[in-house]
Design a binder for this molecule. Structure first.
Ligand SMILES: [Zn+2]
Length: 301
């Protein structure tokens, strides 16, 4: 574990916001799956005294993190594809109000995983591709005919100023250097191109109400943004922010009940039995507790 400065302003002067609940254990690979059920388990969460950014400190070093993600495989994520397809389709329709329709223009999903967003975007007329550090997930996508490169935004096949749209969904909270990643995304976008970043809101009512039990405080999340702080990160990376607001997601009831199990086993068991009893496991419902949000921004030079 290493001590890290604030990624936004570089200060190493911080206040502990939530002490670690890991009891000296280090995270193993299972904590880095997209669907890791380790609710309530997180490292020490601190707030920068200079700029108020909230992050995990200390953390595993960046190379170790990339190695962990490169080795991740996650069958539960594959099973939750229905909910994810609905979520991405909804998000993309909203995004197209800003960008206009795809019409063969170039779209890049960063942290594409098994390529669900890439697939949805291609169906809606975008020339979409993905970039993904997990070798397993990138291979899974390729095996299903989806152009998902293995690697990061540093991949040599991704040319500067070549994309009309870049999406970074549920990824930025995992990164050791989110500001650096946003700057790289800025370089890959055409002038006038749009970036959409989706993450969880540490300043939401839900987060404040639940304190250290907020379910998004997890081992694998090492940066915690508010709508305000993500706007600041994007502006520092050179973007002009267009819109910010809460946006939820679709989840299958079966999956939801399983996740509830991780937070509160007694309630979760009842929920699972109810959902199965009513034969509603495959039904997907929109979920929005107001603690997930998206920011749209544009490259203006
Ligand atoms: Zn700071």
């Amino acid at each position: 574990m290493i001590n890290v400065p604030c990624n936004y302003c570089g200060s190493d002067n911080y206040t502990v916001k939530h002490p670690s609940t890991m009891n000296g254990q280090s995270a193993d690979m299972s904590a880095f799956r997209c669907t890791a059920p380790d609710y309530g388990v997180h490292g020490q969460i601190v707030q920068c005294n200079k700029c108020a950014h909230i992050y995990t400190n200390p953390v595993q070093d960046e190379e170790e993190l990339i190695e962990l993600y490169a080795a991740v495989d996650d069958q539960i994520y594959v099973e939750e594809k229905i909910g994810r397809r609905l979520t991405f389709a909804k998000h993309l329709k909203d995004l197209e109000r800003i960008t206009g329709p795809g019409e063969g223009r170039k779209f890049l999903d960063v942290g594409a995983y098994i390529g669900v967003f890439v697939e949805v975007a291609r169906e809606r007329g975008w020339d979409a591709q993905g970039i993904e550090p997990s070798a397993w997930a990138a291979q899974f996508a390729q095996d299903h005919g989806l152009p998902v490169l293995e690697g990061t935004l540093d991949h040599p096949d991704l040319e500067d100023q070549s994309f009309d749209v870049i999406t970074i969904f549920d990824v930025i909270e995992h990164l050791a250097d989110p500001l650096g990643e946003l700057r790289k995304a800025h370089a890959k976008l055409k002038v006038g191109g749009t970036i959409a970043v989706h993450t969880m809101d540490v300043d939401s009512r839900m987060s404040k109400m639940m304190g250290s039990r907020w379910p998004w405080y997890m081992t694998m999340h090492i940066q915690y943004f508010s709508q305000r702080s993500l706007v600041q990160f994007l502006e520092k990376a050179g973007f002009e922010v267009i819109w910010t607001g809460t946006q939820g997601r679709y989840l299958r009831l079966h999956y939801l009940a399983g996740r509830l199990n991780g937070i509160h086993p007694a309630i979760g068991k009842v929920a699972e039995a109810t959902v199965e009893g009513l034969n509603m496991g495959e039904r997907a419902i929109p979920i929005n507790f107001g603690d997930l949000f998206t920011v749209y921004a544009r490259r203006v030079d």
